[in-house]
Design a protein around this ligand. Sequence first.
Ligand SMILES: *Cc1c(COP(=O)(O)O)cnc(C)c1O
Length: 369
Amino acid sequence: MRIPMLDLSEQYSKIKDEVLSKLDEVMSSSQFILGSHVKQVENDIAEMSKTNHGIGVGNGSDAIHIALQAAGVSEGDEVITTSFTFFATAGSIARANAKPVFVDIDPVTFNIDPSKIEAAITEKTKAIIPVHLYGQMADMDLIMEIANKHNLHVIEDAAQAIGSTYKGKQVGEMSSAATYSFFPTKNLGAYGDGGMIVSNNDEIAEQARVIRVHGSKPKYHHHMLGYNSRLDELQAAVLNVKLPHLSTWSENRRTHANYYTEKLNDLVGDFVIMPNEVEGNYHVFHQYTLRVKKRDELQAFLKEQGIATMIYYSIPLHLQPVFKDLGYKEGDLPETEKAAEQALSLPMFPELKQEQQDYVIEKIAEFYS
Ligand SMILES: *Cc1c(COP(=O)(O)O)cnc(C)c1O
């Protein structure tokens, strides 16, 4: 049996007719930039996020960068975030000419540890970016409490967590802004790049709208420097077809996650720690990520058996060569570094079959027996 991390083919076959007819609609209308499909998906995703504004941009990385700029983050400012995330989180901070300040993670959720944030705040701190890693929201109550006390913006990196909730609250509902990615492998994936900022802050939303069109307002009048980063109309048309399915797809992911957890629990004992859904959270399982002993050997063994797995993330950002001038060294963020040695993500997508999961589970048990 060969089991990929992600297989988008079955999903496409189910929505193919609708997608092709929407794409035809766009091409026949000749309205390719910021047309009605972008408007619709901005409205629908803002509504889902319980926010007043949705701003479609070129990708999830630009969404973070633009949200930071729109919130006034600039040269010399510091932004607190996690080191255990995709590069774009800290890359976007640096592109906004600010300095990423890394805080260690909570070993249970892999998300930023709120109890370590306050010690990292200085006069230069402007914002906190929690990342809702693998599809589970960070501890937003504590993060918002700290941010409010110190007058900081919170920008949620929700690239992996569209549709997740925290104590009944949506992504973007509590903070200054949240950012989504529509990279094809994300839970709501386009057929190319795409991203969005959602916000309840009128000023940030207005600034973000101006930044994505070269800082132009009114048209051809430039009072600030922006750039070209817009959600593409064709991608928006695809997203409009997919969005109504998102809650079912999230439920399917959760069913698969429960199945993995239940079966692995019986079989692998102390060798494997399953992901934990914190009470009050709705985890959308962008990834199903274990902590395992002998991780690299297990990964190689599974590969021989035809099972794809991924390591998110093997090198934490504070140890990346491009950030060496920030002055971090090995040992600075022990929980992050431990997670980087133990994390292993298993195949996960809504259309995953039980027999595929059984095979993965059987082979993991075989490895440890
Ligand atoms: C995917 C991702 C991004 C970047 O999104 P792109 O659309 O690929 O630019 C940012 N942060 C996290 C946590 C991601 O997983």
